[in-house]
Design a protein. Sequence first.
Length: 150
Amino acid sequence: MCYVSAEGRSREAREHEVLVVARQPHGSNWLVSPDIPSTAVCLKEGTRVELLYIPEKTQRQFGFPREAEATFKMKEWWRRDLFVLQDGRKAELRKLQPGQVVRVLSKPGTLNHKELSPEKERTESLADAGTIRLHMSKRNAPDVPVHWCL
């Protein structure tokens, strides 16, 4: 999910960041920082979030508790941004109420670096880079430019 505001601004979400749902003039919902509501904040597929202070109307509509952990999913098209709770219940971003608080817990593909020693962190990073290079070399045909295979 990543939209561009009327001013053309957007950015990636940060771990542990608190965001809010904001209704845009054209009718869709975006996640924004409470400090800069004109800038859309982008979530990647698989981002883990915590829905906080879920309004009673939303609780009734989707059968949600007051607070819940969920995974962000994109389904087929930009209007299908979903939050999927651990028990499988779903809510589309466009159906959440403006002001709903969302805290980013973790982003896909990121390691929790504070749990790794500096040597372990370096080893993990080198292993990830080697895996990516190996995957790309197997994926690319011999005479096809790399950018064609991406």
